[in-house]
Design a protein around this ligand. Structure first.
Ligand SMILES: [Mg+2]
Length: 262
């Protein structure tokens, strides 16, 4: 049985609306005994919150162990590089909990306690003071790790600034490029592949975003299925693939629309 690395928003649900094919698709994977993992660039929620959202919104029986967030991957990356190191975090509960769970030590005032790394995710309380603290720490030698490059997030309010837009401010102020963790980075994809325990060629990466899900799947050597829901809904697929410069192995109108033999 192949394994599946499955995107969340736009693939299993759209904001607070379920995508109707998601629950029967997951039921089919469970019945076949196919292993799967939900992988999200959203660093704001804990795996428990992600699983609850999946249960309540997408009506999928998800558990925290079925989830890998960019916050968890960023925490693991820093904990592997420097176990127990000191981190200045810019982010929300999902990131802060993941860093502590990985045994990293959070510092509140990087000017007083120089951190080994600045780790940044989405932070809806981002401020000039945080930007100043982060850029000063990075210029003083701290590593710069960003959970994900998404510049904008589609919400009920239209497009809102994503984590990548905050990273852009820190890049400008520090003069340094971050290590990117989330999709399409091979860092999160490799962790996801390891967690499934299958060779990449036996794993389908499924998602609605060519530039993150599909590009990440291709970079990791996985099979790729682009589903035309979420941000891909109502767009011209050929035009999208041309502009992204990314070609998935399969294009699905919805999650139950797999080509024969896949
Ligand atoms: Mg998506």
């Amino acid at each position: 049985m192949p394994g599946y690395i499955i995107d969340l928003d736009g693939t299993l649900y759209a904001g607070t609306e379920p995508i109707p094919e998601a629950a029967p698709f997951l039921a089919k994977l469970k019945e076949e005994g196919s292993p799967y993992l939900f992988v999200t660039n959203n660093s704001s929620r804990t795996p428990e919150e992600v699983a609850r959202h999946l249960r309540e919104v997408a009506r999928i029986p998800a558990e925290p162990e079925d989830v890998l967030t960019s916050a968890q991957a960023a925490a693991r990356y820093q904990a592997d590089a420097a176990p127990g190191s000191r981190v200045y975090a810019i982010g929300e509960a999902g990131l802060l909990r993941a860093l502590k769970a990985a045994g990293l030590v959070l510092v509140d005032d990087p000017a007083a306690e120089p951190p080994d790394a600045v780790i940044q995710g989405i932070d809806r309380a981002f401020s000039y003071a945080k930007l100043h603290a982060a850029s000063a720490a990075i210029r003083a030698g701290a590593a710069f790790i960003a959970t994900n490059p998404d510049l904008q997030l589609p919400t009920e309010l239209g497009l809102t600034p994503g984590s990548g837009s905050l990273a852009a401010a820190i890049r400008a102020a520090s003069g340094r490029e971050p290590v990117w963790i989330g999709k399409p980075s091979p860092i999160i994809m490799d962790y996801a592949v390891q967690k499934l325990g299958l060779p990449p060629g036996e794993i389908w990466v499924v998602g609605d975003n060519l530039r993150t899900d599909i590009a990440g799947g291709l970079a990791a050597g996985c099979r790729t299925a682009w589903v035309l829901t979420g941000i891909a809904a109502g767009t011209d697929p050929d035009e999208q693939m041309r502009s992204a410069g990314v070609r998935p192995e399969a294009i699905l109108r919805h999650l139950l629309d797999w080509p024969d033999g896949a």
